[in-house]
Design a protein around this ligand. Structure first.
Ligand code: FUC
Length: 776
């Protein structure tokens, strides 16, 4: 009975929405599918698959299939050095000008003498690998069309009926066999016919089709970039295949399997040989094994977390209709679960150990000039990409990010030394796989030397969650130590206050009105965020050096520096001050909320600092009242802030805003344009609503909204190495299961109640009921 009235209920929310379509099935469908009843009209509606490195966007046309392919190391450009040779000698003068309040003059001088030339056209950009186009010819009497991405299995499918034949295409990208796999089947023999083309935009690739294989290679960027090689092999069961030019034609096959392997020489090896070896390994295995191994490998990561926020009727409807219905006020907790898990799907599909980290678009990019070159912005974006990694039990997927920061070190050391005359390592607002670290571009975004220092927050978190001391010793600590060394050399005494300040620097990428003058500026001595980042870094590096029992003299120096570091200040209007002075703001709803770093992702503003907490609240409220949160990632950050403020209702309101205003129909985050950080920040924010562990305690359900009255989250991780399962009903904790992975002490809190254990047994499961009553 219920099912019959279901479409009507949904319809009332969808009437206004052009994307509305009927539910396809009346059986209880899986919640873990993004699906549509029509092919993608453009790239932003296509479905992403990926194995961390090799990916595709699937358009799914019945007559014409299109896959835009990506490989994470397909980059133009090369190593370069764009530093300004005058920087070192101009630095003291720029600082003096800033201390005197001569902001315009300081910025002009820094622009001329500190910032290097940023080439007009990007000298380096990420690019699509190529395109597969499959032409099936006219499909008669087409019905039952469906395109879906099953994020529980990491398999996408296109199915339809034409001329009474049921067709099915399956797509996945396997990390086990390092290949993209497509299988085309039909339920009537001899029905699979098509012509497949492999191509690359720009028409500079060499593409040769012989027998059942098409090879494509290009030294991309007109010779300034990586050498790429891709092989596509087609295996038909029945029928005839013919090849020529850039295509293969299939006539009347029963079924066809297509393998695509692709590589570049970015990591040094010859891409032609790598792809050949990979292809040979595929051909020696039955398809079912390849598929089974892929799903098993993927689920090993994906299935670690299970979420239930309540249920409605949303799963019966295509995803585009659900977004529209939500915009019209339909309550769809299943869509929030799907969005949450999609963030985890995207991380598993775009970041695997041994590869490059997820860029601004993960690994998925359209064409040859993606926005911001789809690079590695380190003034929030890439850090946000990895916010959900540890807490949602995907800690090993953060390794590519740590490796990447590690790989910046040689250039970062040179930049510290030659540009600033300092020790340690430094990078600015962005970088690329050629590891540039020198300050370039305009002062209002480029003059910000905290890129590595901030990244060290993620790096330290990796240890806090996972507890791998050897990894800390060998990999993380050396990066943190060098970042700390730079920061200590970089800080100078502010003559007005006697405290240490960072500068010249900006509060990313905000500006202020120059006092007593016209115009805006961005550069100051002492943006609040820098001090928060440096405080975090020094505190964490001190802890690491104690754990590893190394570098005592350096530790003492760091402790002394901390004592002299400018404290966070509250302004006359009760907000956290963003700069050392109370400037007027030309854009009070600015997307960056850098001076709240201490609230999230840092831990300097917590329940232990009530005044700062109240000021942080005012800061967010003011930003939002002035139009803040208008980019996807900015909205996602706000969810995290409200979760840390323990305001479940406001956090939830912003979860809804993220889905309604900044999410595309395929659930990709919309900056606009598509930018993946908002997806990851959204998943991180929902996690923070359910579990927090940044302030020395493991807090259950810190910001549970009334909309999620009954539910569970299983498999999250808390700092200290605790695996946490939580059940709740009527908005209250009913059960918690905590497994201590490392045997650390545990301070567990829920709604003001506290349980403290001086020691836990490694591997032991601790059970708690309502009000934290021990059930062991
Ligand atoms: C930062 C942000 C922009 C954008 C860019 C890629 O600089 O200020 O909004 O996300 O990165």
């Amino acid at each position: 009975m219920r099912l019959k009235i279901l479409p009507l209920i949904f319809l009332t929310f969808c009437l206004k929405s052009p994307g509305f379509s009927q539910p396809v099935s009346q059986n209880q469908p899986s919640g873990m599918k993004i699906w549509f009843t029509q092919p993608a009209a453009d790239w932003n509606e296509a479905l992403p698959i990926g194995n961390g490195r090799l990916g595709a966007m699937i358009f799914g046309g019945a007559e014409k299939e299109h896959l835009e392919l990506n490989e994470s190391s397909v980059w133009t450009g090369e190593s370069r050095w764009d530093a300004n040779p005058n920087a070192l000698k101009s630095l003291p003068e720029v600082r003096q000008l800033l201390f005197k309040g001569k902001y315009r003059e300081a910025e002009d001088l820094a622009q001329k003498n500190i910032l290097g030339q940023k080439p007009e056209n990007p000298v380096a950009t990420y690019q699509a690998l190529g395109d597969i186009n499959i032409d099936f010819g006219t499909q008669h009497y087409l019905t039952n069309y469906r395109r879906d991405l099953d994020i529980e299995n990491a398999v996408a499918r296109v199915s339809y009926t034409a001329d009474q034949v049921n067709y099915l295409r399956e797509f996945f990208s396997t990390a086990v066999d390092q290949a993209l796999v497509i299988r085309l089947t039909a339920d009537k023999s001899g029905s699979v016919s098509f012509t497949l083309h492999l191509s690359r935009k720009g028409n500079k690739a060499t593409i040769v089709s012989t027998g059942d294989e098409i090879d494509m290679n290009e030294h991309i960027g007109d010779g300034k970039g990586v050498k790429m090689f891709s092989r596509l092999r087609l295996i038909n069961e029945g029928g005839i295949i013919t090849s020529g030019g850039d295509s293969i034609k299939v006539e009347k096959a029963n079924s066809v399997i297509i393998y695509l392997t692709a590589a570049t020489d970015y990591f040094g090896a010859d891409p032609s040989s790598i792809t050949k070896i990979q292809m040979a390994a595929l051909e020696n295995q039955p398809f079912d094994n390849i598929r089974k191994n892929h799903i098993a490998d993927y689920q090993l990561l994906f299935k670690r977390v299970d979420i239930d926020l309540g249920s409605g009727y949303g799963n019966f409807f295509p995803t585009d209709s659900r977004i529209s219905a939500m915009q019209n006020g339909y309550n769809d907790p299943d869509l929030i679960e799907l969005y949450y898990q999609f963030g985890r799907y995207l991380l598993i599909s775009s970041s695997r150990p041994g590869g490059l980290p997820a860029n601004l678009q993960g690994i998925w990019a359209d064409g040859m000039n993606p926005p911001w070159s789809a690079d590695y912005h380190i003034n929030i974006n890439i850090q946000m990409n990895y916010w959900p990694s540890e807490a949602t039990n995907l800690g090993e997927l953060q390794i590519p990010f740590i490796d990447f920061i590690d790989a910046l070190r040689p250039n970062a050391r040179r930049t510290a030394r030659e540009v600033y005359g300092m020790r340690g390592i430094v990078a600015h607002y962005t970088t690329d796989p050629w590891h540039f670290t020198e300050p370039t571009g305009a002062t209002n975004y480029g003059m910000w030397p905290m890129g590595i220092a901030w990244s060290c927050q993620n790096i330290w978190d990796h240890f806090q969650y996972g507890g791998d001391k050897e990894y800390l010793r060998a990999k993380s600590y050396p990066i943190m130590k060098e970042a700390a060394e730079f920061c200590m050399d970089w800080l100078v005494i502010n003559p007005k206050t006697g405290f240490l300040v960072s500068g010249p620097s900006i509060s990313p990428e905000n500006s202020f009105k120059i006092p007593g003058s016209t115009g805006n500026a961005s550069m100051v001595m002492g943006p609040t965020m820098d001090h928060m980042i440096i405080r975090d870094l020094l505190q964490n590096t001190i802890q690491a050096s104690i754990i590893l029992d190394v570098d005592k003299p350096l530790r003492i120096k760091m402790e002394k520096t901390l004592k002299k570091l400018t404290p966070v200040k509250i302004g006359s209007d009760g907000r956290i001050m963003e700069w050392s002075e109370e400037f007027d703001e030309p854009e009070p709803g600015h997307r960056h909320m850098s001076h709240l770093y201490g609230l999230h992702p840092g831990n300097q503003i917590t329940q232990h600092t009530p005044e700062l907490l109240a000021a942080a609240r005012k800061t967010i409220d003011y930003r939002l009242a002035n139009g803040g949160g208008h980019t996807g990632w900015s909205r996602a950050w706000i969810i995290n802030f409200f979760a840390r403020l323990k305001d479940g209702e406001k956090a939830y309101e912003n979860v809804l805003a993220l889905l309604k205003k900044s999410t595309m129909s395929n659930l990709f985050d919309n900056h606009p344009p598509f930018q993946i950080d908002g997806n990851f920040g959204g998943t991180a924010g929902i996690t923070e609503m359910l579990l927090q562990s940044h302030s020395g305690e493991v807090e259950l359900l810190p910001a549970l909204p009334s909309a999620w009255g009954k539910g569970h989250i299983y498999g999250l991780m808390a700092r200290g190495g605790f695996k946490v399962d939580i059940d709740w009903e009527n908005g209250k904790l009913t059960k918690a299961r905590i497994i201590s992975k490392l045997g650390n002490p545990l301070k567990l809190t829920y709604s003001g109640q506290i349980i403290e254990m001086k020691i836990t047994d490694k591997g032991k499961e601790y059970l708690f009921g309502a009000d934290l009553k021990s059930l062991n």
